[in-house]
Design a protein around this ligand. Structure first.
Ligand code: G3H
Ligand code: 13P
Ligand code: ZN
Length: 315
């Protein structure tokens, strides 16, 4: 059942966070649904601009519609990740997405508000909800490239004005994370003090944490042992998700960790079975491993076991 992120956030706020997982293909879609059913968790499917153009935007929609039939008990939102204004309108008009993110975080404050407000007006007219971003994460997103020196933590003093003027339904905050597998060069971590200040100014308002992959060191070691070269990769401590959830984070974005699972499975498979060439062999292992990975994340986020309760609330 496709629901809006707003409905999921109402159920989760202050108690746990909903996992928002990026997908690009069939095997990820199957693993994602299986993992969420195994852990009995509501979830958010994220589709990036790159994912939409990887094959054809209609292909991913078709996969998700099919998964909705194969897993009739699943409760999830379909969300555009890091949209520019035009892609937001495309998704709003598609009739398929229940939620879009407008990422105008690269614009000055007033411009970010104005762009976000235009998208909010178009989305709300169709019952679709909007995530916006204030502050800038380091790392690479599709249309925004920010090096660490220029990353800006969200200014708590701007947060309330931004939300009131833009009308957005949730707010992505920069609190020290970045996208990709190389998040922290030293002993940096999450800025909970910034999160606390934002929550004080926006009590009850759903906050979003991007760049939340934990980049498990065991996964990195296995990839490197199978021929990879990911030296110095480092991520967020997943034991901190629950503290973030208590401070208003209701959506935690995870993409890189899923890519690491894919890379580990395929590198090890072709190292161990150099004579094989049936794509379904590593594909089956990947779906199983991806499902386990999703179930594990949901435990860490606290969303595991909440499916039935959420279903009752959204019906
Ligand atoms: O924030 C970016 C997400 O990890 C999506 O990555 O744009 O390469 O699909 P992508
Ligand atoms: P990671 O690169 O940490 O997985 O972050 C993903 C993300 O924020 C997608 O919007
Ligand atoms: Zn992101």
């Amino acid at each position: 059942m496709i629901v809006t992120t707003k409905q999921l956030f109402a159920a989760a706020y202050g108690k746990y966070a909903i996992g928002a997982y990026n997908i690009n293909n069939l095997e990820q879609t199957m693993g994602l649904f299986r993992g969420n059913m195994d852990s009995q968790a509501p979830f958010i499917i994220q589709i990036s601009k790159g994912a939409r153009s990887f094959t054809h935007k209609t292909m991913l929609e078709g996969l998700i519609r099919a998964a909705d039939q194969v897993f009739p008990d699943a409760v999830f939102a379909v969300h555009l990740d890091h949209g520019d204004e035009q892609t937001c309108y495309d998704c709003i008009n598609s009739g398929f997405y229940s939620s879009v993110m407008i990422d105008a975080s690269g614009e000055p404050f007033a411009g970010n508000i104005a762009t976000t407000k235009r998208v909010v007006d178009a989305a709300h007219a169709k019952g679709i909800v909007v995530e916006a971003e204030l502050g800038q994460l380091g790392g690479v997103e599709e249309h925004v490239k920010v090096d660490e020196a220029n990353a800006k933590l969200t200014d708590p003093n701007q947060a309330r004005e931004f939300v009131e003027k833009s009308g957005c339904d949730s707010l992505a905050c920069a609190i020290g994370t970045s996208h990709g597998a190389f998040k922290f060069s030293g002993s940096q971590g999450l800025h909970f003090e910034v999160l606390e200040q934002i929550q004080k100014r926006l009590p009850g308002f759903p906050l979003v944490m991007h760049g939340s992959s934990s980049v498990p060191q065991e996964e990195v070691a296995r990839i490197n042992a199978a021929g990879g070269n990911l030296k110095g990769a480092k991520g967020v401590n997943e034991d901190e998700f629950k503290r973030a959830a208590q401070l208003g984070v209701t959506k935690v974005n995870i993409d890189t960790d899923g890519r690491l699972v894919w890379t580990r499975v395929h590198r090890e498979f072709f190292r161990d079975f150099p004579e094989k060439f049936d794509l379904r062999d590593p594909g089956k292992i990947f779906m199983t491993e991806y499902a386990k990975f999703i179930a594990h994340k949901n435990e860490k986020l606290g969303s595991a076991g909440h499916l039935e309760e959420v279903r009752k609330l959204v019906k």
